[in-house]
Design a protein around this ligand. Structure first.
Ligand code: GLV
Length: 330
């Protein structure tokens, strides 16, 4: 008998077709996000979910004891209670690697746009305020040769560091749970530093660490107070890693020069103070948004779901499990 799966948001039709080749599929055709009660109702009797950030918590898992696979179309999986899934023998998967370079491109672009005041310049021009050239109009900070700080030196952090070191002659410093291999550090010319040093020495600080209780407000008022007044902060990781209210205050008072934010606490809502500030570049969580990469992410999430529920050429061996121990126990 075919397994049943839920696809919680709209996705590429070709990917839905692949899933329909293996499963009875219920898909969210309207693409309106379901609230928790609606998600619980729809997930009844389904063995798998193709998820795009929906909250998968104990209450939902308890209401859906038949669930066997939670396959997230994202590299981050802080929306999923992985321990609770593991305890119930549910495999959780994410979509690493396929988005690394695309996300690093965006992180670097956002950092450059922030340092060079591109969004502010565009708004200035469009408003009709540009009537003459002046020597200090919209002057920002150099990126080339500056010190790039990376907080969270996983795959995406390293890809950003590579762009900075090899493309822009930046000095790279980083802080991470664990140090990189010496060979990788040597290739990037990267220096491991403690977090206060990272905050104090970075000209451009980029956040690429996973969100967890431990990284909640990893950058708040005390951390911002350590940064240089000319420094920029770029967050492409997750909302909640930065205390957005404290950041808005630091941007307003000139404690730091500017910020580039692709992710927000409580998104899609954005802290109202950020919306009023000129020195922040705001984008709607699009760091992985190229057609090719989103398609690759969707196909990888589908590969995971198909294999996790015992179908396809890799039955039982989803390519990118987060809790692979569950599979050994099956
Ligand atoms: C996007 O934010 C992702 O985690 O893939």
């Amino acid at each position: 008998m075919k397994s049943s799966v839920l696809v919680a948001r709209a996705v590429f039709p070709s990917v839905l077709d692949r899933l329909r080749g293996h499963f009875d599929v219920e898909a969210n055709a309207s693409d309106e996000p379901w609230d928790a009660a609606e998600l619980r109702r729809r997930l009844q009797g389904k063995q798998g979910i193709f998820a795009t950030g929906e909250r998968i918590d104990v209450a939902l898992l308890d209401a859906c004891p038949q669930l066997r696979a939670v396959c997230n179309m994202a590299v981050g999986y802080n929306n999923v209670d992985v321990d609770a899934c593991t305890a119930r023998g549910i495999v959780v998967t994410n979509t690493p690697d396929v988005l690394t370079e695309t996300t690093a491109d965006f992180g670097f672009a956002l950092m450059m746009a922030t340092a060079r005041r591109m969004a502010e310049g565009e708004r200035f021009l469009r408003s009709g305020a540009w009537t003459k050239w002046s020597y200090d109009m919209l002057t920002g900070s150099d990126v080339h040769g500056a010190t790039l700080g990376v907080l969270g030196m996983g795959r995406i952090g390293q890809a950003i560091a590579r762009r900075g070191a090899h493309g822009f002659g930046m000095k790279v410093i980083y802080h991470n749970r664990s140090r990189l291999d010496a060979a990788i550090e040597a290739d990037l010319g990267a220096r491991y530093v403690d977090k206060p040093t990272l905050l104090r020495e970075s000209d451009h600080l980029v956040l690429v660490l996973p969100y967890s209780a431990a990284s909640h407000h990893a950058v708040g008022a005390p951390e911002l107070a350590l940064m240089k007044p000319r420094a920029t902060l770029t967050n492409i990781a997750r909302g909640g890693i930065v205390d957005d209210a404290a950041l808005a205050a630091a941007l307003r008072s000139g404690q730091i020069a500017a910020a580039g934010l692709d992710v927000f606490e409580g998104e899609p809502r954005v802290h109202p103070a950020l919306l009023t500030l000129p020195n922040v570049v705001l984008t709607p969580h699009i760091a992985s948004a190229t057609v090719a990469t989103r398609l690759a992410m969707a196909n990888l999430a589908a590969d995971n779901l198909i294999a996790a529920l015992g179908c396809g050429p890799h039955a039982g061996r989803p390519p990118t499990p987060v809790n692979p121990g569950v599979l050994a126990g099956r």
